[in-house]
Design a protein around this ligand. Structure first.
Ligand code: COA
Length: 380
């Protein structure tokens, strides 16, 4: 039999129709529900963008106020969830806690029925509203500190920083945290979003779908590149050492973290936005070290890529790690913070999947044997 054509890793396969996100990789543009990411990040709160992703339209003032109120009212964790956070194994990664806790939270919906096609996640918004409380609570527990209760007068991002550090952040830091969440909220059919849709297509709960997506995001080929960018920045240590490091890495065919993307052939628009924020933040904090090293890496890297004719540019992860560090977020929380933002996109895709559902069931090209002679157990 001739080998059928197939696409390993589903590369290039269009698996569904979607109205949520458009990536124009050639032009370096990104749209949520038709709105440019540049407009959204400059003008909208994370709550506003979550509304857009869930309902497909930007809210008016009244709708936004009601939605914001609902999200903020759901931030507080039930006591048993706090107990779970406190008793989670110390050595476990926060992403493992997030995967478990999301499924656990399903027991705290007000509705009796939350299985099957009826989905109440837009009412409870648990998975979006409570993730910051879980992440901050876990971090504080592991560092021997008491959990900090959420505050309803702070934005999603500012409240996260407050619960993490116990101090109300500078207003500009809070806004920057929100902006970063907006930039990470959605990115089409990536591995974790596709995972969420596959699970949702079985008519499983939105909790189980998001829990599965969390597992996919944890993997080092998906979330986590910004952690490795900061490891590289620490290893390089100074602007003077950049050129030697980058050239050696490329000569040895090693990849430079935070560079390149499967879809973008231009600079990732999220990287453009977050670079601007990093520049301002570095100035405000009086610490230009990370920004200077990153810009020098970009310069040396791009020079080499131009020589080789390769359209490889910084992606969002290249600058985001430095922003998080300057905001006081530890490296281990970079992927959980990504999850905190992406939960909005996952939820949006789960709802879209349910609305026009067809069970995902691809085929495999079987390469094993058939009709093997069966040998009974005592003769093997
Ligand atoms: C994101 C990524 C996996 C996309 O990969 P991809 O589309 O499958 O592209 P490939 O890995 O096949 O790379 C294609 C070519 O570009 C080169 N390339 C891609 N990213 C590179 C990088 N970060 N540094 C150096 N070279 C890179 C590859 O070496 C390869 O060169 P070759 O054709 O001479 O062999 C890849 O760019 C990467 O590993 N980047 C670093 C990790 C990262 O930042 N991930 C976060 C993504 S948001």
């Amino acid at each position: 039999m001739t080998k059928p054509e197939f696409s390993k890793g589903l590369e290039g396969v269009i698996a569904a129709e979607s109205r949520i996100c458009k990536i124009d990789g050639e032009q370096g543009k990104l749209y949520y529900c038709g709105y440019s990411i540049t407009d959204l990040v400059e003008n909208c709160s994370f709550e506003e963008v979550t509304y857009l992703l869930l309902y497909g339209e930007l809210p008016n003032r009244r709708q936004l106020d009601a939605f914001t109120l609902k999200m903020r009212a759901n931030r507080k964790l039930p006591e048993p969830v706090k107990d779970m956070i406190r008793s989670f194994p110390e050595r476990a990664h926060p992403m493992e806690l997030l995967q478990s806790v999301i499924a656990y939270l399903s027991g705290y919906t007000e509705h009796q029925i939350h299985h099957g096609p009826d989905c109440y996640c837009t009412d409870t918004l648990h998975q979006v509203a409570q993730l910051p409380s879980v992440i901050a609570g876990h971090w504080r527990t592991r560092n021997g500190r008491e959990l900090v209760d959420p505050r309803a007068d702070l934005s999603h991002g500012a409240n996260f920083l407050y619960m993490l550090t116990g101090e109300v952040p500078d207003e500009r830091d809070g806004r920057l945290m929100d902006a970063s969440l907006v930039l990470h909220a959605e990115h089409s059919f990536n591995a974790s979003t596709f995972t969420a849709r596959v699970v949702a297509s079985t008519m499983s709960t939105c909790y189980c779908s998001i829990s599965a997506a969390m597992g996919a995001l944890y993997g080092s080929l998906h979330g986590g590149a910004n952690e490795r960018v900061m490891e590289m920045v620490d290893e390089i240590g100074s602007v003077e050492a950049v050129s030697g490091y980058v050239k050696k890495a490329l000569d040895e065919k090693r990849k430079i973290m935070g560079m390149g993307h499967r879809v973008y052939r231009a600079k990732d628009p999220r990287a453009v936005a977050i670079e601007g924020y990093l520049r301002d933040l570095s100035e405000r904090k009086g610490n230009q070290d990370y920004y200077s090293i990153l810009k020098e890496i970009e310069r040396v890297f791009r020079e080499r890529m131009e020589e080789a004719g390769k359209p490889i540019y910084p992606n969002v992860d290249f600058f985001s790690g430095a922003v998080y560090r300057l905001l006081g977020i530890p490296r281990e929380l970079f992927t959980p913070v990504f999850a905190m933002a992406r939960a909005a996109g996952w939820l949006s895709h789960i709802l879209e999947q349910r609305a026009g559902n067809r069970l995902y069931r691809p085929k495999a090209y079987y390469t094993g044997e058939i009709d093997r002679p069966f040998v009974p157990l005592d003769r093997r």
